[in-house]
Design a protein around this ligand. Sequence first.
Ligand code: NDP
Length: 331
Amino acid sequence: MSHYQAAPERYDTMQFRHSGNSGLQLPAISLGLWHNFGGVDSLENGRAMCRTAFDLGITHFDLANNYGPPAGSAEENFARILEHDLQPFRDELIISTKAGYNMWPGPYGARCSRKSMLASLDQSLRRMQLEYVDIYYAHRWDDETPLEETMGALEHAVRVGKALYVGVSSYSPEQTTRAAAILRSMGIAPLIHQPRYSIFERAIEDGLLSALETAGMGCIVFSPLAQGMLTDKYLDGIPLDSRALRSGVFLKAENITEAKLSKIRSLNDIAKQRGQSLAQMALAWCLRHKQVTSVLIGASKSSQITDCVNCLRSLTFSESELFEIDKIMAG
Ligand code: NDP
């Protein structure tokens, strides 16, 4: 039983941006359930984080078939979070999921064939106990499947009402342009691209952002905090409850090198001068592009979500701040 009462002021401070040319607005900050929402994690903590997020105007929750661990369990837990807390607000929520990475045994449990994409979507809907998702993604480029087939599967998901919008993740500029053209030829507007982007990973500046603008697509960037490195949490050693020690699969303690820490310290100094936490500055820095619709954060505690949302208080950068950040990264 839930006694959750959503904060009446939840839309007072969040900013919303249109995803490309579409009518759909996303919150400038979205919450991803890749880490800390699996079967191995505390459901109560996951519930608290989703409630905090929603109370702050975060209407968008991002999942994938394989989020956990174990794979699938983040979607199952999200069903519980909906049941306990968020179900009354379904029409205020944008829920996404994806398929493409390893999910079940055999040749159909991964990649982006029509068979895999549509079977996986049905599984995700069952796990989340939803009739439809708001955004369905091809999670990865699949060089073994014709792009027409993958886009045809996305189109079908929309036609049968199992997805409202579709997107792609981690496609190159050329792949994105082709995907958008194929979808349009089928009468479907491509909504959004989900690439990696942060002060540490700037590849999307080399062509993807302009390709998205041309295609009229939005952009929601994942790992904008470089999995936690672009925060102050690693400045005095590696905390026991951090991703680098707790999970250690995607972010390893050995990734946090002295060279990286020296850049993090310098970036932290700029953030302090701006009156922000480093996490807030790192998010504002991603949001400076007009093509970036939303920054897709992860969190292990509710207080981190509150800290992140407060980036909205200071989104603009002076030329000299941007220059200093570039200089630190080039050094
Ligand atoms: P981030 O770069 O935002 O890293 C999140 C981590 O940063 C948290 O788990 C926490 O680390 C730390 N953190 C967050 N806020 C703060 C804060 N204010 N102060 C200090 N530390 C903070 O994003 P993720 O890498 O988690 O990715 C976000 C989402 O993007 C995923 O959940 C998923 O939805 C999506 N994604 C998509 C991919 C794709 O292929 N399409 C790939 C990867 C992610 P700690 O846990 O150590 O406390």
